[in-house]
Design a protein around this ligand. Structure first.
Ligand SMILES: Cc1cc2nc3c(=O)[nH]c(=O)nc-3n(C[C@H](O)[C@H](O)[C@H](O)COP(=O)(O)OP(=O)(O)OC[C@H]3O[C@@H](n4cnc5c(N)ncnc54)[C@H](O)[C@@H]3O)c2cc1C
Length: 221
């Protein structure tokens, strides 16, 4: 799986700081810009993140390109509604050379891997035959497995990213979307280290777990 940050609001930490600062200050915008210091930016952003004053995080946007991820996972990703998505279409792009994401639990068991590969091979054959006898791509794709590797571009603001990390970095989340969340976090931390300094599931953020079956150890983030 590859995740690349394609674009983002310039100076995201500073943008969020100014948005938060304007809420609590009498002075004009230009004066606010003059009084900026790293310490102030850190202190205020930490405060808004922990206090839940999260609307100010909406001013920072991030756009990602993702490839090598299964449709199992893109389906989970697009459930996050406060975002924009553009995904490779199997109505237009044929899946003849489809690559498939193999889950580790299958990869590490030779017998499971053999069964998996057989099923994928059979699916490839059927898909190719359907196209050859004139079935359009948009219908032939109905036989394609959910594990098919896909490409997607998505944009989220920092508030939704915090929410996404809260749900998807939890060890109870499915492994592939957790991996996606980890890679997305690594990308945004490069450009907005303060906004994303502290993120994660409730055990990390509040020291509490609300899962029915808590795990043994919180993720290290
Ligand atoms: C471990 C795990 C297991 C899951 N299992 C299942 C499952 O079995 N079946 C299933 O269908 N889904 C499942 N999901 C998906 C889950 O139900 C959500 O659809 C997904 O996590 C998106 O999160 P969200 O709805 O909080 O918010 P987002 O869509 O990311 O929106 C962010 C926030 O905006 C607000 N919001 C957005 N839209 C509305 C709205 N229309 N009305 C009011 N408020 C809104 C809410 O406060 C929401 O939390 C699972 C998720 C996780 C993390």
């Amino acid at each position: 799986m590859k995740v690349k940050l394609l674009n983002f609001t310039p100076k995201p930490d500073l943008t969020v700081y100014l948005a938060a600062r304007v809420c609590y200050s009498k002075v004009g915008i230009e004066e606010l810009e003059e009084e900026i210091s790293d310490e102030r930016v850190k202190k205020l952003i930490r405060k808004v993140v922990m206090s839940g004053h999260h609307s100010v995080l909406e001013h920072a946007y991030f756009t990602f390109g993702v490839e090598g991820v299964s449709r199992v996972t893109t389906h989970q990703l697009v459930r996050h509604r406060i975002a924009s998505y553009s995904q490779q279409s199997l109505r237009w792009v044929d899946a003849k050379d489809m690559e498939v994401v193999v889950p580790p639990s299958i990869l590490e068991r030779p017998e499971a891997l053999m069964l998996f590969n057989e099923a994928i091979e059979k699916t490839r054959e059927v898909y190719d035959k359907l196209l050859r006898i004139g079935v359009p791509k948009e219908d032939a794709r109905f036989v394609i497995p959910q594990g098919i590797s896909s490409k997607i571009v998505f944009s989220m603001n920092a508030r939704e990213l915090h929410h996404f990390f809260r749900l998807r970095l939890c060890t109870r989340a499915q492994w592939e979307i957790r991996e996606l969340a980890r890679l997305v976090l690594a990308e945004v931390r490069k450009v907005a280290p303060i906004i994303f300094e502290k993120v994660g599931p409730p055990c990390v953020m509040e020291g509490k777990c609300f899962e029915e079956k808590p795990c043994d150890s919180p993720p290290s983030l």
